[in-house]
Design a protein around this ligand. Structure first.
Ligand SMILES: [Zn+2]
Length: 98
């Protein structure tokens, strides 16, 4: 979401594409929503609420994938633990006795 989806012109911060005239307002609204979710995720991280931070960052990434969002999601997932793929609580495979 770094440019006009119709003609691929770079975003200029205007709600109308300067090249083809496409209405970019809905995309800008989605990007702003994702930005607010990332901000809330950072606040949840600072507050120590890692599962909430993970949920917010994941939602932000589904709307608008950004490197910043990936970083927040990675940190929150590492701190909260992944219930589907636990790292710390996973039993270590032991060698089968001969
Ligand atoms: Zn365009």
């Amino acid at each position: 979401m770094n440019g006009c989806p119709a003609c691929l012109a770079t975003f200029r911060g205007t709600p109308e594409c300067p090249r083809c005239g496409a209405d970019l307002a809905p995309l800008m609204a989605l990007a702003a929503h994702a930005w607010r979710l990332r901000r809330a995720a950072r606040e949840a991280l600072r507050a120590g609420d890692f599962p909430r931070a993970r949920g917010l960052a994941g939602e932000a990434q589904r709307i608008h994938d950004t490197p910043a969002g990936r970083g927040i999601l990675l940190a929150a997932t590492g701190l909260a633990g992944d219930p589907l793929h636990p790292i710390s609580s996973a039993p270590t495979p032991s060698a089968t006795p001969a």
